[in-house]
Write a protein that binds this ligand. Sequence first.
Ligand code: FA5
Length: 347
Amino acid sequence: MTPKEETILKELREAQSFKALEELYKKYLGKKGEITLIFRELKNLPKEKRAEIAQKANALKGLVEKEFKLKSEILKKEAEKQSFEKEKIDITLPGKKIIPGHLHPLTKILREIEEIFSQMGFEVVGGPEIENEYYNFDALNIPKEHPARDMWDTFWLKEPKNPKSPEGVASRPYGAGKIQNPRLLLRTHTSPVQLRYMEAHEPPFRIIVPGRCFRHEATDAYHDVQFYQVEGLMVGKDVNLANLKAIVSEFLDIFFKKKIKIRFQPGYFPFVEPGLEVLISKDGRKWLELIGAGMVHSNVFKAVGYNPRNLQGFAFGLGLDRLAMLKYKINDIRLFYGGDLRFLEQF
Ligand code: FA5
């Protein structure tokens, strides 16, 4: 082997990368490569030398090509090995902890409540959060200008432009009732769904209506501008106040998994007569107002086209957030809506 051949082979063997190898190939066998040039120059050589040089050049070309192929294989194998090393998984390493999501505490409470009432034969019903003045007030026996309206600080909405939008749908009746006052608002309680349901159904029935309510009032530990209520409504021939007390009491006992001390006191709501409030003992000493309730007022039955002479019913509206606060011993309602994960992750 000539010294030149040795140098070339050494260079090829020492190439560290495909790129370096390609460069070397180009250097010798590329268009302007050293060996290529020898072939090009052949025609300028004297005839007698041509055959000998051509032969040598061919041998050199063959040698370079062989070595190039060999080195390519080696580099390919090395690259594969390296990528295997990189992708190797160490199954002895401890895994990454997966933190699963979970339900919001209010959703959990809501599901529990629905479960308990379902077992007592109540159907779960929904209604729109955007409501109109007729269902939220008028048909609930709360006339315009009546001071009782001040009990509910209301978020009023602008007129809907599109009748197919949620606002537009809210301004239409759920059942057969005629809308006399379509002015829109965010419902201040779930009681309007009583009317929407009764317009479309005949008694006897018992329903609960869980849903979000909104009030434009100053917030404190027990009041937020949004909160959940669960409305209850049971109508039949001889539904009475004793039934209401029994159902509410039974529900609270099951919900808190112990006998709960409650107190009924008179309360005023225009859509019930008599009206009452249910208070629950926070710590055996302080009482918290949790539920508004009473016997459905005859004017409400009349508004939905029922004959109040043949029917009786009780209704209640319980504050779901306050129930959750008692169950989980939370001292500020606003924590539920703050979105602070440190709070939410505890449930
Ligand atoms: C009403 O809203 C009546 N619709 C309840 C009712 C239904 C009475 C059927 C008779 C028959 P009240 O405004 O008291 O009533 O609200 C009922 C419950 O909702 C309260 O006892 C309280 O637990 C909860 N609540 C009211 N306002 C808020 C608020 N801003 N933040 C949190 N909870 C509230």
